[in-house]
Design a binder for this molecule. Structure first.
Ligand SMILES: Cc1ncc(COP(=O)(O)O)c(C=O)c1O
Length: 392
């Protein structure tokens, strides 16, 4: 009988309930692996696509356990752990693209992924065009050039939360012989990438995977042996590696992912709805609310969400007023990243870079991450934050 997600999350990456030994996989740190003789070394060396300990850089049992758990969550066949969420965006791009190729990036993509395309990829002869994340299937077809090899998606988009029509974009990409990459960090578990046509799924485990704001880690998952071969080769050629200590912590974090996501999502939605009813607010950019671009795609494709969303303030409130509100908040930390147990806030203006004409909003935006604190306490803090907004 197929096991439910909650059960698989508890069991994946472990030896099994009937094996002799500790509950959790060992934390293995190591560089050199010893072989009994040269013949064994040469035979094992050919097995670098498998989870076999060959040299520390190829991964230890701790990395392999996390890779099995993430592949299970994403619903793919193979996962490669890399050093950061950003490396999970850049590694498959570098592994797959070559000089002369063309890349399509959504206008709402995570800023450092955009910077990577404009600097390193450009230096290596890869050209990039940006597209409106809300393009429909026919408009998407018009974006392709003969040399387009990757249609990159990130859904919902960074800071502005556009939910993309991934199945339609996958159809167009495949019809043009291109791969569909997706940064699926927001939708972890609640968006199953491979049942929606994605070829390469990216997770910044730094966020909800780890869940405690104490590690930096990324994961790239694929769903075929052919995609695994180029991804794994590329990661090894680049010397991609992550600390086994961080992998062990991430595995520990994943065991409670299901419960944490439920709590973040419920509290986040409660606060998003509270904001939506406030006179200071033009609209809330939460995928589960109709005011968010692509809400219909969210309803069709996602089974839930997390605690990250945006609030667009009415035009009469300046960027300075939004900063005054943020500075007044006591329970919301001011800081990058998200997915930890704590609430965070950032003004979005400094993070939005657009070149395809998308992302025009009514006023200044702030991004909120709702942590595991009491919702009433957070609302009371937000009340006094909005008083500072009005007074500014
Ligand atoms: C959507 C998204 N992808 C990737 C990353 C990069 O993750 P990391 O901070 O682990 O490099 C982030 C970080 O904020 C992100 O929000």
């Amino acid at each position: 009988m197929a096991k439910k997600f909650e059960t698989r999350l508890v069991q994946s990456g472990r030896a099994g309930t009937k094996e002799y030994g500790f509950v959790n996989p060992k934390l293995v740190r190591g560089s050199t692996v010893l072989y009994p003789d040269i013949a064994t070394k040469q035979a094992l060396g050919k097995r670098y696509l498998e989870q076999v300990a060959l040299y520390g850089l190829n991964g230890t049992e701790t990395h392999f356990a996390l890779e099995r758990a993430v592949a299970e969550i994403e619903g793919g066949t193979h996962c490669q752990i890399v050093s950061s969420g950003l490396a999970a965006c850049t590694t498959p791009l570098l592994a797959y693209l070559k000089s002369g190729d063309h890349l399509l990036l959504p206008d709402s993509v995570y800023g450092p992924t955009r910077t990577f395309a404009e600097t390193l990829l450009a230096r290596f002869g890869v050209t990039t065009s940006y597209y409106d994340p809300m393009v429909n299937e026919a408009q998407a077809a018009g974006l392709f050039q003969p040399n387009t090899r990757v249609l990159f998606t990130e859904s919902p988009g960074s800071h502005t939360f556009e939910v993309q029509d991934i199945p339609a974009l996958a159809r167009v990409a495949h019809a043009h012989g291109a791969k569909l990459f997706m940064d699926n960090t927001w939708g972890i578990h609640h968006f199953q990438p491979f049942t929606h046509g994605v070829d390469v799924s990216i997770q910044a485990l730094t966020k909800y995977g780890g869940g405690h704001s104490d590690l930096i880690l990324g994961a790239v998952t694929v769903n075929s042996a052919a995609d695994w071969a180029w991804l794994r080769n590329g990661a090894l050629e680049l010397g991609q590696y992550a600390s086994p200590d961080d992998c062990w912590l991430a595995l520990r974090g994943l065991r409670t992912l299901n419960l944490r996501l439920k709590a973040h999502y419920a509290s986040g939605l409660a606060i998003a709805n509270w904001f939506a009813a406030r006179v200071e607010v033009a609209r809330v950019l939460h995928p589960a609310l109709p005011s968010c671009p692509g809400h219909e795609n969210f309803l069709r494709d996602f089974s839930g969400g997390c605690g990250l969303f945006g609030v667009v303030f009415k035009p009469e409130f300046s960027q300075k007023a939004v900063v005054a509100m943020i500075d007044a908040l006591q329970l919301f930390g001011i800081g990058a990243s998200w997915g930890g147990f704590e609430s965070l806030v950032l003004p979005t203006a400094y993070s939005i870079r657009r070149s395809a004409g998308s992302g025009v909003f009514e006023g200044a935006i702030a991004r909120f991450h709702i942590g595991l604190e009491d919702v009433g306490d957070l609302v009371a803090d937000l009340e006094q934050g909005l008083a500072a907004l009005r007074a500014a």
